[in-house]
Design a protein around this ligand. Structure first.
Ligand SMILES: NC(=O)c1ccc[n+]([C@@H]2O[C@H](COP(=O)([O-])OP(=O)(O)OC[C@H]3O[C@@H](n4cnc5c(N)ncnc54)[C@H](O)[C@@H]3O)[C@@H](O)[C@H]2O)c1
Ligand SMILES: O=C(O)C[C@H](O)C(=O)O
Ligand SMILES: [Mn+2]
Length: 540
């Protein structure tokens, strides 16, 4: 049915606001509902950007942008595309963490999401249909809110991460916003403050676990697959005890992706390859230490391990290059409470004369002399000066990636890492960081955030209707980010800049699409054309 009159103005996918021409206004029964002057999209962008700049805080800017999105999707993305670098930290991480923590109090609009409650599993189908409103959904981002960034369990309030991740898909890779659906699975929350808050908008009970939980996830996956058969299903910020289980259950059956495990693995491998391109060292010579071996930490470890095997090491040899440190300290084969993902990378006590003392990062760094240290621990400031100096004393160009998000949880600041290592550290951070001046050199800091790859990976997979997301496609994405930064420049970043996100998302998309074709996971024939055909642009 054709939208007209106020319905048209209230349809944010179709609304052009003051850019409706005189003819369109007549034709669609909106004459007299707008100020008479017809604006161009560029004029609307100029006006919106003026308003945006008048807001003083990131939070106020974000709220303005969400209002704009709810009003006019085309204008929102046109504005976003012109200021990607500036808007990313506002629309996405770290500001998104503030809106998640305060969601029930800030609430104005459900942002087109589907809210699926474990107490009403019979409503899943209707909820997805209501939210899709007849649209052909090709991409869902779903969360259950248990492991939001590093800030933990926020129940239904985690829905904003689904909304934000989808906005990045469109801004970075041109995924058509009409084809996407944010979803939250409300299975309860264990956060006491939320349960005690009358204004909390989710189910006021503890998280449901076990079979009931997994059956609910199953029912959601089946129903979504049924309703939207060509869909790419992106899981985000599930808790440590569920994320890998869910991925392992579905990855060989449907086109699905876990961002924290796979996306983070890809971007971290890409960052390490970028760092080695600067230091001219080999991956297979590195000693890798993961600090915080949870969903992301173990996912990254597996990806780097696979890359070492691909570069010629046997699995047995490759394993010797890895050390996992978690709450218990260095993880040994007899450590209690190991997760299934940690087990393959544990060490033996007999390797060390002081194994019993290896219960904190400092002791382990002293004993092991890592060349790469990646932080996904959620513990701020844990990459301390003595630890970093110890690491730097044994390796010429230490590769140090404090990846915990949001900003307040980062293991270290780039500026400090450069100071403590005399400018030698090769750094990437999870959140965006301004360039650092040190000893007359401007150091550009790469952002190892999965947002740099998941949009291209998704677009490429969707463009060729890939049956599955294979290791080969994931690997291709990790190797697609090289060649943009000039590694010979002093202070060069280990990853390409976010300002070129739209450009390299296309490289990732085409590479991934081609890989799917080569692996016979797709019937398409022309990867480039398929990607170009699916790409949406914000214009009237
Ligand atoms: N940059 C990125 O793209 C990216 C992607 C995913 C996750 N992350 C960040 O990584 C962090 C972890 O996310 P996750 O999804 O893996 O969470 P998680 O809960 O699965 O993992 C966190 C791990 O840290 C461990 N830990 C907690 N306290 C510790 C301590 N004192 N010492 C050592 N280890 C400790 C936990 O036991 C757990 O294994 C978050 O801050 C998240 O924002 C970043
Ligand atoms: O959301 C981000 O910024 C990256 C990542 O998925 C995370 O959980 O921290
Ligand atoms: Mn995440």
């Amino acid at each position: 049915m054709k939208s007209e009159g106020l319905d048209l103005l209230n349809n944010h996918f179709l609304n052009k606001g003051t850019a409706f021409t005189k003819e369109e206004r007549k034709e669609n029964k909106i004459e007299g509902l707008l100020p008479p002057f017809v604006q161009t999209l560029d004029q609307q962008v100029e006006q919106a950007y003026e308003n945006y700049n008048a807001k003083e805080t990131f939070l106020a800017k974000r709220m303005y942008l969400m209002d704009l999105f709810n009003e006019n999707v085309t204008l929102f993305y046109k504005l976003f595309s012109e200021h990607v670098n500036e808007f990313m930290p506002v629309v996405y991480d770290p500001t998104i963490a503030d809106t998640i923590e305060n969601y029930s109090h800030f609430f104005l609009d459900p942002q087109n999401a589907a809210f699926l409650s474990i107490d009403e599993p019979e409503d899943i189908k209707a909820a997805l249909q209501n939210a899709a409103k007849g649209r052909d959904i090709k991409l869902i981002v779903v969360t259950d809110g248990e492991g939001i960034l590093g800030i933990g369990d926020w129940g239904v309030q985690g829905v904003d991460i689904s909304v934000g991740k989808l906005m990045v898909y469109t801004a970075a890779a041109g995924v058509d916003p009409k084809s996407v659906l944010p979803v939250v699975l409300d299975v309860g929350t264990n956060r006491k403050e939320l349960l005690a808050d009358d204004l909390y908008m989710g189910n006021h009970h503890q998280r449901v676990t076990g079979d009931k939980y997994y059956n609910f996830v199953d029912k959601f996956v089946e129903t979504a697959e049924d309703l939207f058969p060509n869909m790419y299903l992106h899981f985000e910020d599930f808790g440590r005890s569920n994320a890998a289980n869910i991925l392992n259950k579905y990855k060989d059956q449907i086109l699905t992706f876990n961002d924290d495990i796979q996306g983070t693995g890809i971007i971290t491998l890409a960052g390490i390859l970028g760092a080695l391109n600067i230091s001219k060292e080999k991956l297979t010579d590195q000693v890798y230490m993961s600090f915080g071996a949870g969903t992301a930490g173990a996912g990254i470890t597996k990806r780097i391990f696979d890359a070492m095997v691909e570069e010629g090491l046997s699995e047995e040899e490759a394993k010797k290059h890895f050390y996992l440190v978690d709450k218990q300290g260095l993880l040994f084969d007899d450590t209690e409470d190991l997760t299934p993902e940690q087990k393959p990378f544990t060490r033996q006590r007999s390797e060390f004369s002081n194994a019993d003392e290896l219960t904190n990062l400092e002791a382990v760094v002293k004993a092991v002399h890592p060349t790469i240290l990646v932080g996904t621990s959620t513990q701020p400031g844990t990459f301390t000066e003595p630890i970093i100096k110890e690491m730097a004393a044994h390796t010429e160009r230490p590769i140090i990636f404090p990846l915990s998000n949001p900003t307040k949880l980062a293991e270290a600041k780039a500026e400090d890492l450069l100071k403590w290592t005399n400018g030698k550290a090769l750094i990437a951070t999870g959140i965006p960081v301004e360039p650092v001046e040190y000893n007359g050199v401007t150091y550009h800091i790469g952002q190892a955030n999965n947002a740099l790859v998941y949009p291209g990976l998704g677009l490429g997979s969707m463009a060729v209707n890939a049956k599955l997301l294979s290791d080969g496609m994931i690997n291709k994405a990790a190797h697609s980010l090289g060649g943009i930064v000039d590694p010979t420049q002093p202070g060069a970043a280990v990853l390409p800049p976010v300002s070129k996100l739209d450009e390299f998302s296309m490289t990732v998309a085409v590479g991934v699409a081609q890989q799917a074709i080569d692996e016979k996971l797709s019937n398409a024939t022309d990867a480039k054309k398929a990607v170009a055909d699916l790409k949406w642009e914000p214009k009237y």
